[in-house]
Design a protein around this ligand. Structure first.
Ligand code: NAD
Ligand code: ZN
Ligand code: ZN
Length: 344
């Protein structure tokens, strides 16, 4: 089959031919219908060899959807032909975190050598994807796989982040979204669907700010050195009850810290290498800073239910597998509006 692989540190990913995967006991083979392109892959491909936790070559793609093509021995709960989305942060399934559905925080994944597809295990930007267990598959039913596949990360990750701050996002509150890209433009819609907060979106690109308004942001602000002051102005000097940073660079983390309210939350989702030091006087009184990873299995069920209810509409640009390297180039250059989705 054809697959998009990251083969050499620092080199662009390439479409190559690899052996067709065969499901072993307990595994499920999917014919991939759609696979999303996440900025985290750009980060992974920028790491030097000594920082890379995965072996190369690596088939990319950690947002996957497909139809069940074949079942390994003993698999129950899914049938050939089912349209499914893949829950990506695979864990052991039995530790205390996994027992709560939080496989993203599995306590034993590292020790057992369990990795997410596209982030260690062969990923979804390929004709076929091997899924380690049927519990990692969620039925899509009538949902369009192309517009739904980004929900497995670009939806699930902001959903998890927002859920943690829900008690603070009461009527009259303000939520700031920094970076209205793949994750950010879904975050804006989730905030509108899940809270009564006023949503302020920040980005460096006017096109992305236009998308932010289109998907429900009440206010948009150019992300520059004055952005935090502008958020304070918009909130009568108080700041935002929650700031979600989908860039995570030094500059945006600083903006987040300067824009957050007393007792507010800063959530750093982006892998931009920035940080926000917390100590007395460095952030407003009792502000909390966290850096979550992806989301739980039950949260993905909830995100798909929100999509079924019509509350989220992912903006997608589609590419063939042969065009997948171009999708990555465009993402790197900041030229994707919404999410790039590969149709293998
Ligand atoms: P994306 O490229 O689609 O979106 C990034 C957006 O940020 C773009 O609209 C870009 O214009 C904007 N931007 C860039 N610099 C900015 C700045 N200084 N201020 C404001 N906006 C700026 O990326 P994505 O796929 O949505 O991913 C967003 C980030 O989240 C990436 O760093 C990615 O690695 C990370 N991520 C983290 C997790 C997690 O679990 N923590 C999961 C998925 C993605
Ligand atoms: Zn991702
Ligand atoms: Zn576990």
């Amino acid at each position: 089959m054809k697959a998009l692989q990251y083969r050499r540190v620092g080199a662009a990913p390439e479409v190559v031919t690899v052996p067709d995967p065969v499901p072993g006991p307990g595994q499920v083979l999917l014919k991939v219908t759609a696979a999303g392109v996440c900025h985290s892959d750009i980060a992974v491909m920028s790491w030097p060899a000594e920082a890379l936790p995965f072996r190369l070559p690596l088939t990319l793609g950690h947002e996957g959807a497909g139809t069940v093509a074949a079942l390994g021995d003993g698999v129950t709960g899914v049938a050939v032909g089912d349209s499914v989305a893949v829950y990506g942060p695979w864990g052991c399934g039995v530790c205390a975190k996994c027992a709560q559905g939080k496989e993203n925080y599995c306590l034993r994944a590292k020790q057992l050598g369990i990795a997410a597809p596209g982030l260690g295990a062969p990923g979804a930007i390929a004709e076929y994807l091997l899924v380690d267990d049927a519990r990692h598959l969620l039925p899509l039913g009538d949902l369009d796989p192309v517009r739904s596949v980004p929900l497995t990360d670009a939806g699930l990750t902001p959903y998890h982040a927002i859920k943690l701050s829900l008690p603070k996002l009461v009527p009259g509150s303000t939520a700031v979204v920094i970076g209205a890209g793949g994750l950010g433009h879904v975050a804006i819609q989730l905030l509108r669907a899940m809270t009564a907060a006023r949503v302020v979106a920040l980005d460096v690109s006017e096109d992305k700010l236009a998308l932010a308004r289109e998907v429900g942001a009440h206010e948009t602000v150019l992300s520059d050195a004055n952005a935090a002051a502008r958020v304070r102005e918009l909130t009568g000097g108080l700041g935002a009850e929650a700031v979600f940073d989908f860039v995570g660079a030094a500059a945006t983390a600083a903006t987040a810290g300067a824009a957050v309210a007393v007792e507010g939350d800063v959530t750093i989702v982006g892998l931009g290498g920035g940080s926000l030091p917390v100590g007395f006087g460095t952030v407003p009184y009792d502000a909390a800073v966290r850096a979550p990873y992806w989301g739980s299995r039950v949260e993905l069920i909830e995100v798909l239910d929100l999509a079924r209810a019509g509350a989220v509409d992912v903006h997608v640009e589609t590419y063939s597998l042969a065009e997948a390297p171009t999708a990555y180039e465009r993402l790197h250059a900041g030229k994707i509006t919404g999410r790039a989705v590969i149709l293998p």
